[in-house]
Design a protein. Structure first.
Length: 239
């Protein structure tokens, strides 16, 4: 499974035994999704007298997550919902109905918690490792969910891009640019930054009905990486 430490070298694939020593790990395989994830980036250092607003929302949600994994220092967290039957898909083929519903649910969960810091551009490739001592873990439910359980509880108005490639290229570029501007300062050189961005691009590409050719993914990644690295000053504006 892929793993890394926040701010360290780009994610690498390692054995499960070794990966569990890292701060972030890969919850799902490249063709199988068992965990729905929401990345909540609302900084909120834990305090004994002040409850984290996101945790209160997750507790009160009609379908509470199976796990909440929180950074003890910052209060940032991942919420995970486990599926009783994993959803399988081929990124190079059109999505069948279960995969379309899966993508809609993932998008809907992020929208549901956006007011408490949910990152709607997160792809769930890596999550906080629940076995790492840096993290605090809460279990709100033991029983896994059926994918159909989410219907009627969240907004499922997710739409995919089906065109000659221009819409997908633009969508990939925009999503990569958002990610790059947020995470640029976590890397010490352009090479590592571009490698991490390429991993993000491959994962985003799998979310399209028909994936873009790898050459286009690499080209878009290179353009975004070099632009953000050389022309972004870290204050939400270009230089």
């Amino acid at each position: 499974m892929y793993c890394d430490n926040k701010g360290g070298p780009p994610p690498r694939q390692r054995s499960k035994r070794v990966a569990l020593q890292y701060e972030r790990i890969q919850p799902n395989g490249p063709r199988k999704v068992r965990y729905l994830t929401v990345d909540i980036d609302l900084p909120h250092p834990p305090h004994k007298d002040v409850a984290h607003p996101a945790i209160l929302e997750l507790y009160d949600f009609a379908l509470p997550p199976n796990l909440i994994i929180m950074d003890r220092e910052t209060g940032k967290m991942h919420a995970l919902w486990e599926l009783d039957n994993p959803v399988w898909f081929d990124p190079n083929k059109p999505w069948p109905r279960p995969v379309k519903l899966l993508k809609a649910v993932q998008s809907g969960l992020a929208k549901e918690f956006r007011h408490v810091g949910a990152d709607r551009s997160s792809n769930g490739f890596l999550v906080k490792n629940p076995f790492h001592p840096r993290h605090e873990v809460q279990s709100l439910r033991e029983q896994p969910y059926r994918l159909s359980d989410f219907v009627g509880h969240i907004d499922l108005s997710y739409s995919t891009v089906n065109d000659d490639g221009q819409g997908r290229n633009r969508a990939l570029f925009d999503a990569l640019a958002r990610w790059a501007k947020i995470h640029r300062d976590e890397f010490s050189d352009l090479g590592r930054f571009e490698m991490a961005l390429l991993g993000e691009a491959h994962d985003l590409n799998q979310q399209f009905d028909v994936a873009l050719p790898q050459a286009e993914v690499r080209s878009t990644t290179r353009s975004v990486a070099r632009y953000v690295w050389t022309r972004w000053d870290g204050r939400r504006r270009g230089v």
